[in-house]
Ligand binder design. Sequence first.
Ligand code: ARG
Length: 589
Amino acid sequence: MQTIRTKLTKIMEKAFEACGYDTKYAGVIRSDRPDLCQFQCNGALAAAKEYRKAPAMIAGDVIKQLEGESCFKSVALAMPGFINIIVTDEYLCEHMKEMAADDNTGIPKFEQDKTLIVDYGGPNVAKPLHVGHLRSAIIGESLKRLAKTLGNKTIGDIHLGDWGLQMGLVISEIEERMPELVYFDESYEGEYPESAPVDFAELSEIYPSASKKSKEDEAFKQKAQKATKELQEKRRGYYELWKRLREVSVNDLKGSYRKLNVDFEAWLGESDADEYIAPMIEKLVADGFAYESDGALVVDLALEDDKEPIPPILITKSDGSQLYGTTDLATIIQREKDFKPDEYWYVIDNRQALHIRQVTRCAKKAGLLPEKTPVTFVGFGTMNGKDGKPYKTRDGGIMKLSDLIATVTDAAAERMRSGAFTSEFSEQQQKSAAEKIGVAALKFGDLINHRTKDYIFDIDRFLSFEGKTGPYLLYCVVRIRSLLAKAKEAGMTYSAMEDVYCDSARDVLLTMMAIPDSLYKAYDEKAPNIVCECAYDLAASYNKFYNENKILGETDEAKRATWLALSAAVEKMLAYLLDILAIEIPERM
Ligand code: ARG
């Protein structure tokens, strides 16, 4: 369906054309002076140069032409040549009807569906998650959902770090602790046990201690490097052990991501690119892109007109081992083969910007990726503690996602008990609501900031009922749902809005009708904070309306039906926006 702005632009185009002016000047935008008008067209100012006429004359011609257009309540000239527009309430209601009936809530979709790879999450098997992984999951999920709702085919790929030195460290440590396991017996030819020899809790303890040991003990470090290499060469016992460790880790990750309402279409990892590495290196050398430099293999990337210098990318180190960039290049080959994407988004923290730039430049230079395929690095800043340093747990250790979720859930439960939320829930309902509210607070508290900025994790502020917070939005939706349920119980019916009746209701409609444009802006800028702002603006305008009017108590039946229809439309749109943000709505609060 068309947005209200598109419809008004079309009407304006006809008028420009009829007056002999180019339609390119006819664009209508939302007014930046809502006290004066709802929409405006500034094209006469730009057209003045081409037609050598005063802007006011051009605007005057167009306004005259628009006389008799029934959708306008007023079209007026504002000096030096703006056209200020106010549409009729009937027109607004008509458009609202269309939005409410539309299966994408009135948000137009792209005509062509592109296949988009969103590389986000990026946790490392056996290693603890850090705030960067948390932000990647939250931001990536919402951008993926936004892209999808606008009509793209989206493939979210978690791109697990499952093939690096950490795996060799863990394998070596397990070998030292449990040398009797069959995985380490090179002559063993039988079946391997079904389950892993360690559970997730043990695995979480093994990695840090192995990592520490490798820093103090050179022999152990070398052993781990050797194990990494042998794993990558698929030494049978190591590979089988690795598979089981990966599964233990993935099961835990799935649990945490489920709580965050984050999900991936592809659970692939660095290991899935392995088979492409050797032929890729061979080809890079054969085609003359990769050459030896101090024993290492590198590809030059610099171009004459580079504004920022871009160093060569390292393909293999002098000891023959491969690097982070090597797997990322090979992953492009795998993705081109399996998904044929039209576009790539990498949602990774700001510090990896150069890395992705190098990988992209190399892939295009060597023909692994078509030159025309857009690759966007969607970088983000850090979630800091109140001390301004990257967020840590209370004991100063690295954050565990499960602990963070527990922290926000407990804080939300505390709020509920202290009376900020209405009670009369069963214990089970309370638990589920606290989890949803806590996670919503965390996610909205993150997404409301422009992604490239750092922000401070402040659970008290995130949980507040006032201002731009998750709970503020959830409460708005939950309250509308309960209102609509009460109306239903009382047998009150409503269909569409027939009139507006008051200024605050009109404001709600105008706020709602501005959302499609904002979502496209959010998409272009890859900025979930714009989606957050939309949701907040809509909730705030509805709350103003709600406070100014009785809804269920309204005795004029037509008016009451209109208020209910308006409430239902707001509920639908808020739920739609929260779904883009991947924020779940509790049943009650
Ligand atoms: N595993 C990486 C890390 O922990 C993030 C992966 C990001 N994605 C990528 N294609 N490099 O830093």
